[in-house]
Design a protein. Structure first.
Lengths: 1521, 474
């Protein structure tokens, strides 16, 4: 059946020809009938249950638990001052949700009860409940709750209809508005508050289970300690919506508040925060694993007070991550755990690799690590229970939290400083939370507990250290493992294993050998141009069907290398026990440092048998006749029986191969057994070990662990490496043999850490079982049996096909006539896997673009368009038969189409300047756009035909200056790159020549690092902020966000649209790259067909499609590719590799070596100047070829313009002429009609609004002085809602005078107050910002010149040198200018600084990370990991506590004393800086130091890159001066 | 040697030492020497290891060139030999006689500007040196299948077929009418391109693998084809193309006019020591007709036989010559005189029936045809004679299928080539399911390496037809 026939008739007629409703930049797809039935299976790709959020949050508490109306008001006001951290739905009015959790508003509750005539007992409370609108359903809910409460000894005193004002919510929110009521409950049995609270919990949980079929039943709060109000409204309207909140008797001693930014606009009232205990800003990356483990553990959760085993599921499996976390916290607290303990167990700080952590404290974490994996991901959490109000940050400190304590003993903690207007003279202390820190108010004792105090309380709960000492066995690695191949296989035997497990010569040489020799993964270039595994004609590894999940936008990836201290692969082997019981017996465990086992460790663990630890080895080899599915079920049954008998170690082994038998793929076995044991409630009782020949590269290990394996022993990898070493000629190599296994393991561990960190996960414990993959190419039956819950959207091979594949391998394995497979997955090998850019295609493309002859183009296009189906699009074809063709000249001319064509971002640095410019010239002449890539651009090109219209902003921020930004039509934020999503990059030193160094503000010859995340985008609201900043600096530019396809990208795209982007690019996995680890090229990212369609559908469903130009890229080659992309929903198209080939690139895949013989991907002078022969005309010929081919198809389809093509998936059909295996692939979801936009969506327009007019005012008042270049002096008051103050002025300066030319006649702005984020972002020379007050995150990021000073008000009572005055990530990517601040800065101060000079009085973790230039002076203590990845510039650090040596990263930098003899120039320089600091900020600390400079001098360190000589620093000093 | 990505810039393309022209035309031995291990590693290290290995792609047998270059760079000679033999049963021969400039080296990315990697030289080095050091193909893991196959013709196709059969445990018995194996390799290709000891060594290797040779045995004469069909499980035909194209030129029967093959064969027989006396052309003015590789072989052989002059006549331009540019260059170095745009019309004799001249007409070239080849036309009134004492005709060859073929239902194309792989048959399987054919007699006169390819693939098909699993991909 043709997909088009599923579209309602009416839709077809309305689609034809002239659509008068076309609107917005994107054109418009067909208007599907509103009543189109949503048939299951034809649903399309958007899953509305997927969503991510980010937000603003905070709490206000009175230390002495004294309730007041003021606290409530402060909370509500603070909430409304973080509106910019939330988002608005497509209707422009519905918020994403906000709310407050109010502590024991006793008087309020009793007043209401009185008003309603309810009689309240001495112990009573009120709860807020969402009920179905339907009265019958609502009544059922009320009855159920009443019945359950009665059973637990409580009694409902009455129900109250909560007054609301629906007009305060937007139309979208109103559509789903539930009935909102309050229930008043009395404690009837005379219990204490805790008993009452437990009863409320049990009753509520039972009611929830009984009412699980009722959609709108949601208990917002029903607790003894607090009352919540929340809704889908904008924060400033919350009080309007709930008139209760204005009630004069509403007084409280603590309020927790939260404002949400959801990627989705589907209003889900229940998901507004705070939840019952907490409000969460961030994202739990490991949520799938956490939920899985919660299910597994549910069977043994029993506290002395509550038996949780009756509650299934223990935590919510389908609401938001934050809601599940709240559920788990509630379980722990209700079970009797103390909040301080519960929070630290759920979200522990980094403890495994932090030197100098207190051993008792470490023991506390280690003890609980066995019973609870971290809920890992960016998290700022505010929480309140009956005793505490607290705030905690995750180990990476990826969300900001600033606090202040005033003289009235009120504490405020919030995402931003300045959300309450307390005058400085009333503030007695203020600060920020660091990574892994927690701050609590003990309301019973009236004291503030800082992190160290909480640690002390926790470590004293039990003698954990002693227990562990007695119970833990550490399996240490010997330096050299002599048993790498204690039992080496004979060569013929080894060959058989290699053939059976599909290990090719290529994999042996390019993967295993490199891992064993270099302890790292092999690097490759260009993309993956092989068919998707499910389309391949070859037997491909099962692992190939698994695409790694990666962080983009809503959470950041981590740099596992430079931020090692947060990462851990520690793995414990033991039986889990009851979390609620502290018992020395529960400390018994075996601790190994990673889940990658050596032979020795594997045998040691199996040897535990002798000590009474039961184990069972399940042989994965089965008789072929038995069938794969049955064999899997057999494994599950054996495992279950063994664990029930008390077996601790379940070993899945494919080692015992024999003829006539087939090995079950270890991944299938692990998935099925793990899943089965979880469902049987047995998984926590055992450990799953895997002995397999299938695991060779880091991805393989990640898959096995991600689906539940505890540890893996990769025997075939060891045997193969041993054999490689054995076959080497030189005798000398045998000495090294023994260390190869260790090196290989290190390589795997590094790779594994990278895969974890790609998703923003720090510990393997929380990665285990988290199933962070998308499956592309497995049948439903397989997914259901082994990988339930993992997205798998297009079907693919089932058990029979998988078995047939393995049979094919077995046939060869047992036949001695066959040698090892040559391979061909990474590089083209004749007769091996198909490659889309094979020599024929490359040759034909080059001929076609050289001659420009249409006939040559057709030859090229035929090679591509008629290939064996290799990508999903190859299974689709335009339905020409059903169309009414038009004449070719009725199709819009090519010249009108080129603006939809971009060249993909390729940096100058990756490309030679000649090639980079040729691309720009070609695109400009055509009327398309070229993309600068992330390496900056030579200012000489601005304003000429060599200017790149798209300027990229990537995580390294190389060359991102105000002038760069104002010379763009499009500013593209590269969140992820197709070939290596979730990873940073590295430009090797040999590619950094004078030009590259100049443009990137670096030094020639020194390698440059792009961090994995944008350090100013850890969350969706951060992205909104960056977009805001970019719009400030260049108001005319469109902002584009580049994403990579993966399940859920649609939701992210919707969030990005809400964050204010104009363009979204969804890249496929097959995009190119200059250099990337091979496993990233092969295993991360998905096909663009899925991502594009999902994004198109999601944007439509959220009513956002018309605001966005949607682009796709990834392996596009011909007009037919473009046609299909357009029909699936793309407005615009990006091309990377093909135009390169037109320029002469031969797809050599050696771009990372700088030896490109075609002179394209190299900076080598000879290669560039003598051997680059590309001409812009060739690139133009390429695009002309594509467009002319496309026009031909359009004529056949009867479509006049490109715009009319967009989203017309009805014009595509599924090819019927493919083989049986490919017929199992189900692409109907791609062709399903996209969902209808919500009726309430309003006209296109910007979603975010400024709350007042500071920017227009600044421009109007200061602008003329800039235009005139005359300078001037102005004053303003600022608040935290004023963001990117000064940036618009810098934009104007850059446009008129460039980066620095106005420095001689500066504009001076005197500002006072708590300024919002991005203060002075992209500051240009000639702008001086002097702030009295405090600033938030991102001060001076991208600064190129000028001056920023921040000082506390003169009457401040807090001590400046101990108080936070700047937020996180200041001076990120700065290239020049100065920043002086009299106070401390947050995390990642001066990250990627490449030119700014700065002085602060203290800094958080990761200061000077990736720095390449400039001078950073810290007159106080720094956090951990100072100077990681720092390759340039230098720093002065005043080390009063002599702890700096433990806090800096030793890899690239060294420390020097500044002595009078040797470093006179530095001494003078430092004193000069301090003097300037004193003058500019009035710093008392600076004055003290200057007063006793000789006394302080020995306490200063001069920190510099090891590679830099002291002389060169002095040179840099002079330049800086 | 350590990998240096820029090595191709710092180390130039360098062939093994070449015997100077003056010496080489005297001794008639191979003109290229051999690399030493260091030299081979140095040249191998120039390989860029392209993502698209154009060399391998262009190579008719798709040798794993970058992979064995890497092994040579690392000094792992025996592994390189092993890998080289996976795709090519006769690598040391292809290393010598392949027109690399048109194949692997022509496709080499470095060929455009930098000088291609010396793939042929290294290929030759690998097997020559490995064999000299005692390496032999390891067939110890091969299980005997009990099947036996007759291979008719010990030329490149037959030898390749026999090798691959042996590797699958199939006994190959090779029949050839000549007293030594090699076919054209031995009797056609002159010793200065391929030393006869190389072929002898290969014979040893093959015999060591269990291949049996029955030489001096002409099928249809010394043994009947029917007998072979009875005795063996399958038969492979690799008879080559031996019918010379003569263009119907008048004067072919004159004394002193020789078709290329018999001329070259005589030379080969001497080199093998079968004939005691070397053929000589001392003082003669030799004219060679044709522009292909065979013509070049004739030219250069004539020089070595002491000819006073050697002229090569070709009807089109130098650019249009079908032979390898490299061969043309060598011939010119050695003193061959090329005459272009001359179309022979007749060979003229004297009163004794001895050749005295070639009558030619001048041509001019027109536009290119659909295949990109320029057509020529004769120029009126441009006839002239070119004096000659000896004329070699090298216009090409066509198959000369033996008459016994037809009896067994093997079908031919109109041009005499054997039809294979038709109507659902296996590759290289003829209309008779038990008979397979490959090499020049199937595709027409072509390169040695294509014959090797066909022999290799035919052996896989034979194995499949016999229920023996085919070799690994290649």
């Amino acid at each position: 059946m043709k997909a088009a026939s599923t579209i309602p008739q009416g839709a077809r007629t309305r689609m034809s020809g002239t659509d008068q409703h076309a609107q917005g930049p994107s054109g418009i797809g067909p208007k599907y009938s509103d009543s189109a039935p949503a048939e299951p299976g034809y649903q399309g790709l958007f899953d509305p249950t997927l969503e991510h959020d980010g937000c603003g949050f905070g709490l206000i508490a009175h230390l002495d638990d004294a309730p007041s109306r003021e606290i409530v008001d402060l909370g509500l006001n603070a909430l409304s001052r973080m509106t910019h951290r939330g988002a608005v739905a497509a209707d422009g009015e519905s918020g994403d949700g906000c709310g407050v959790l109010i502590r024991r508003p006793e008087a309020f509750i009793r007043t209401l009860a009185e008003d309603h005539g309810f009689s309240l007992a001495p112990l009573a409370t009120a709860g807020l409940v969402f009920l179905p609108i339907d009265e019958t359903a609502a009544a059922r809910c009320r009855q159920e709750l009443a019945a359950q409460l009665a059973k637990t000894g409580s009694r409902i005193a009455g129900w109250r209809q909560v007054p609301i004002n629906p007009q305060a919510a937007g139309p979208l929110a109103r559509e789903r508005l539930p009935r909102i009521e309050q229930v008043f409950v009395n404690a009837d049995r005379g219990e204490d508050a805790a008993g009452f609270q437990r009863g409320l919990y049990v009753a509520r949980r039972r009611a929830e289970m009984a009412l699980s079929d009722v959609q709108d039943f949601h208990v917002v709060t029903l607790a003894e300690h607090s009352l919540g109000y929340k809704g889908m409204v904008m924060p400033e309207r919350l009080r309007d919506f709930y008139p209760d909140l204005a009630h004069p008797r509403l007084a409280s001693s603590a309020v927790v508040f939260h404002q949400r930014f959801s990627t989705n606009t589907m209003p889900r009232w229940a998901l507004a925060q705070p939840f019952r205990f907490l409000a969460h800003n961030g994202e739990i990356n490991t949520i799938r694993g956490n939920r899985f483990w919660a299910r597994a553990r549910g069977a043994r959760m029993r506290s002395p007070f509550v038996d949780f085993r009756e509650f299934k599921p223990l935590v919510s499996q389908d609401s938001s991550d934050s809601a599940s976390l709240d559920n788990m916290l509630e379980v722990l607290l209700t079970g009797g755990m103390d909040l301080l303990q519960a929070m630290r167990i759920l979200i522990p700080p980094a403890w495994q690799n932090v030197d100098g952590m207190d051993p008792d404290l470490r023991a506390f974490y280690e003890y609980f690590a066995l019973h609870m994996e971290p809920w890992d991901g960016p998290a700022g959490i505010v929480v309140a229970d009956s005793r505490y109000a607290a705030c905690a940050l995750d180990r990476n400190g990826l969300r900001p939290a600033r606090w202040a304590l005033n003289a009235n003993r009120m504490l405020v903690v919030a995402s931003e400083a300045g959300v309450v207007d307390w005058p400085a003279r009333e503030i007695v202390a203020k600060g920020r939370l660091g990574p892994g820190e927690m701050l609590a108010v003990d309301l019973h004792r009236g004291e503030v507990l800082e992190s160290s105090r909480i640690d002390q309380i926790n470590r004293e709960r039990a003698p954990f250290k002693r227990w562990l000492k007695q119970g833990v066995r550490y399996l240490e690695t010997d330096l050299i493992d002599p048993r790498l191949a204690a039992e080496p296989l004979a060569p013929t035997e080894l060959l058989r294993y290699q053939k059976l497990f599909n290990l090719s010569a290529e994999e042996r040489d390019t993967v295993l050998k490199v891992l064993a020799e270099t302890e790292g993964e092999a690097i490759g270039s260009m993309g993956d141009d092989t068919p998707l595994p499910l389309l391949s004609k070859r037997v491909r590894s099962l692992y190939d069907a698994f695409r790694q999940a990666f962080a983009q936008v809503t959470n950041p990836p981590i740099d596992s290398y430079r931020e090692k201290l947060v990462m851990s692969l520690h793995t414990q082997i033991a039986r889990e026990s009851n979390l609620f019981e502290l018992n020395p017996a529960y400390a018994r465990q075996v601790m190994i440092n990673s889940p990658v086992l050596s032979q020795r460790k594997f045998l040691q663990i199996l040897g535990l048998r002798d000590e009474g630890v039961g184990s069972v080895v399940i042989d994965l080899n089965y008789l072929a006749e038995q069938g794969l599915d049955a064999a899997l079920q057999r494994c599950c049954a054996i495992a279950e029986a063994a664990v029930r008998e008390g077996t601790l170690l379940v070993v899945l082994s494919d080692r015992a191969i024999r003829e006539g038998h087939l090995p079950i793929h270890a991944l299938l076995a692990v998935g099925a057994v793990h899943q089965h044991l979880v469902e049987s409630g047995l998984r926590s009782d055992c450990n799953l070990l895997v002995e397999t020949g299938t695991a060779r590269d880091p991805h393989h290990f990640a898959c096995l662990i991600g689906y539940g394996a505890t540890a893996v022993y990769p025997y075939l990898a060891y045997q193969t490496i041993y054999d490689l070493a054995r076959s080497a000629d030189a005798e000398a190599r045998s000495v090294e043999h023994r260390e190869l296994g260790r090196s290989y393991r290190r390589g795997i561990r590094n790779g594994l850490l990278k895969i974890l960190s790609k998703m923003g996960i720090s510990t393997v414990a929380s990665y285990r079982g988290a199933a962070l993959f998308e499956i592309v190419g497995l049948a439903k039956e397989v997914v259901a049996r082994c990988f339930a819950g993992t997205p798998s959207r297009v079907g693919g091979p089932g058990f029979d096909e998988l078995q047939a594949d393995q049979q094919q391998l077995a046939d060869r394995a047992w036949n001695t006539g066959f040698g090892v497979e040559p391979g061909g997955l990474f590089k083209y090998i004749h007769g091996g896997e198909y490659h889309a850019f094979n020599p024929d295609v490359v040759g034909a493309l080059q001929v076609a673009t050289l001659t420009g002859e249409h006939a040559d183009w057709l030859k090229y296009a035929a090679l591509v368009n008629q290939r064996e189906p290799s990508m999903l699009r190859d299974l689709l074809e335009p339905d020409f038969a059903a169309a009414t063709p038009i004449a070719l000249d009725e199709v819009e001319p090519a010249s009108a189409m080129f603006r939809a064509f971009d060249s993909a971002g390729m940096s100058l640095g990756a490309l030679s300047p000649e090639a980079h410019e040729a691309l720009a010239i070609a695109m400009n002449r055509l009327g398309g756009r070229s993309n600068s890539g992330e390496g900056g651009e030579d200012p000489l090109r601005y304003g000429t035909e060599k200017n790149s219209k798209i300027k990229q902003i990537a995580s390294g921020r190389f060359g991102v200056t105000p002038e760069y930004l104002v010379n763009a039509e499009v500013l593209q934020i590269k969140v992820a790159q197709g070939a290596k999503p979730g990873e940073g990059g590295q430009l090797p030193g040999h590619k950094v020549n004078e030009l590259i160094a100049r443009l990137r503000y670096a030094k020639p010859g020194i390698g440059l690092i792009s961090p994995p995340p944008h350090h100013d985008i850890y969350s969706i609201e951060d992205l909104a902020q960056l977009i805001y900043d970019l719009k400030q600096i260049n108001p005319t530019a469109l902002v584009s966000v580049k994403l990579v396809s993966h399940a859920g990208v649609g939701t992210i795209a919707a969030g990005v649209a809400k964050a204010g982007a104009d363009l979204i690019t969804v890249s496929g996995y097959d995009g190119g790259t200059g250099a990337s680890p091979l496993t990233s090229i092969k295993y991360a990212g998905g096909p663009w067909e899925l991502g594009l369609t999902e994004a198109h559908h999601a944007l439509r469903a959220n009513g956002l499609r018309d605001r966005i130009v949607l682009q796709t890229d990834g392996g596009l080659k011909t007009g037919l590719d473009v046609l299909k992309a357009a029909l699936l929903g793309a407005d615009s198209f990006g091309f990377g590799t093909a135009p390169m080939i037109a320029l002469g690139c031969k797809y050599l895949r050696i771009c990372h070596l700088n030896n490109c013989a075609t002179g394209i991907a190299t900076q080598h002078h000879v290669l560039r100047t003598k051997h680059f022969k590309g001409m812009p005309e060739q690139v133009m010929a390429y695009f002309i070829g594509v467009v002319e081919e496309l026009r031909g198809y359009m004529a056949q389809l009867g479509v006049h313009t490109l715009k009319e093509l967009t989203g017309r998936s009805d014009l595509l059909q599924i090819r019927s002429d493919t083989d049986a295996r490919r017929q199992r692939i189900d692409l109907r979801p791609l062709l399903a009609p996209p969902p209808n936009p919500p009726a309430a969506a309003c006209a296109p327009g910007r979603l975010t609004r400024d709350s007042d007019d500071i920017h227009p005012r600044l421009l109007a008042e200061v602008g003329p002085a800039i235009e005139a270049g005359s300078g001037g002096h102005f004053s303003y008051a600022v608040r935290n809602v004023h963001r990117a103050v000064g940036t618009a002025l810098s934009g104007l300066i850059a446009r008129r005078h460039g980066n620095t030319a106005m420095s001689a006649n500066p504009i001076r702005l005197d500002l006072s107050g708590s300024v919002g984020q991005s203060f002075g972002a992209f500051n240009a020379g000639g702008l001086e910002l002097h702030l009295t007050g405090e600033a938030n995150d991102y001060v001076g990021k991208g600064m190129a010149g000028g001056l920023i000073t921040v000082r506390p008000p003169d009457d401040a009572r807090y001590v400046a040198r101990e108080s936070a005055i700047l937020g996180n990530t200041c001076l990120y990517g700065a290239t020049g200018g100065e920043l002086f601040a009299a106070g401390t800065a947050g995390q990642r101060f001066a990250v990627r600084n490449s030119g700014a000079t700065t002085m602060v009085e203290g800094a958080g973790d990761h200061c000077c990370e990736y720095m390449t230039g400039g001078v950073v002076a810290v007159l106080g203590s720094t956090g951990l990991n100072f100077g990681a990845g720092m390759t340039g510039g230098f720093a002065y650090v005043l080390d009063l506590d002599r702890g700096f040596v433990d806090r800096y990263n030793h890899e690239l930098i060294d420390l020097n004393r500044i002595t009078l003899e040797g470093l006179e120039a530095h001494l003078q320089h430092l004193r000069g800086l301090i003097e300037r600091h004193r003058v500019l900020t009035g710093s008392a600390l600076a004055a003290d130091i200057l007063d006793d400079f000789r006394g302080y001098l020995p306490r200063f360190w001069l920190v510099k890159p090891k590679a830099a000589g002291l002389d060169s620093l002095i040179h840099a000093l002079r330049r800086a001066a | 040697m350590k990998r240096d990505p820029m090595h191709f810039l710092s180390s130039e393309r360098r062939m093994p030492a070449e015997v100077p022209v003056k010496l080489r035309i005297l001794d008639g031995r191979e003109i290229f020497g051999e690399y030493d291990a260091e030299g081979a590693a140095d040249q191998a290290a120039r390989c860029l290891d392209c993502g698209n290995p154009y060399c391998e792609w262009k190579c008719p047998v798709h040798n794993y060139i970058p992979n064995w270059l890497e092994l040579i760079r690392e000094g792992r000679l025996f592994e390189a030999a092993e890998l080289s033999h996976q795709t090519n049963p006769l690598p040391e021969i292809c290393g010598r006689v392949c027109p690399q400039d048109r194949l692997c080296e022509g496709a080499c990315t470095l060929n455009d500007d930098f000088g291609a990697v010396t793939i042929g030289g290294i290929e030759k080095y690998i097997t020559d040196t490995a064999l000299a050091q005692g390496w032999r193909p390891d067939l110890s893991g091969v299980m005997p299948s009990g099947k036996r196959v007759a291979v008719i013709g010990a030329g490149p196709a037959g030898l390749a077929c026999a090798d691959v059969l042996a590797r699958q445990g199939i006994t190959a018995v090779v029949f050839d009418r000549h007293p030594e194996i090699g076919g054209l390799l031995t009797f056609g290709i002159p010793p200065f391109k391929l030393d006869k000891d190389v072929v002898r060594m290969r014979r040893q290797v093959l015999e060591g693998m269990g291949v049996e040779f029955r030489l001096d045995t002409e099928v249809g004469v010394d043994v009947s084809f029917d007998a072979l069909m009875d005795e063996f499980d399958a038969v492979f035909l690799g008879l080559g193309t031996y019918a010379a194209v003569d263009g119907g030129l008048p004067g072919l029967t004159l004394d002193g006019v020789q078709p290329a093959l018999p001329y070259l064969t005589a030379n080969g027989r001497y080199a093998l020591g079968i004939d005691a006396e070397p053929p000589r052309l001392d003082g003669k003015h030799v004219v060679v007709l044709g522009g292909g590789d065979t013509a070049m072989d004739c030219n250069r052989t004539a020089i070595r036989q002491g000819a006073a002059s050697v002229s090569c006549l070709y009807r089109r331009d130098e650019d249009d010559m079908p032979g390898s540019k490299r061969e043309v260059g060598k011939a010119r170095d050695e003193g061959v005189n090329f005459l272009f745009r001359l179309l022979p019309k007749a060979i003229l004799g004297d009163e004794h029936g001895r050749v005295r001249a070639v009558e030619v007409v001048e041509t001019r070239l027109g536009a290119a045809d659909a295949k990109g080849r320029r057509q020529f036309e004769e120029i009126e009134d441009s006839r002239r004679e070119i004096a000659a004492d000896q004329v070699m005709v090298a216009f090409g060859f066509t198959p000369d299928p033996p008459e016994w073929l037809g009896k067994h239902g093997v079908q031919l194309q109109h041009n005499g080539r054997v039809r294979v792989a038709e109507q659902g048959a296996l590759p290289f399987q003829t209309a008779h399911a038990k008979i397979f054919a490959g090499g020049d007699m199937v595709r027409g006169a072509d390169l040695v390496v294509t014959a090797v390819y066909e022999g290799r693939e035919a052996a896989k098909a034979i194995a499949e037809s016999l229920g023996v699993q085919a070799l690994a991909a290649a």
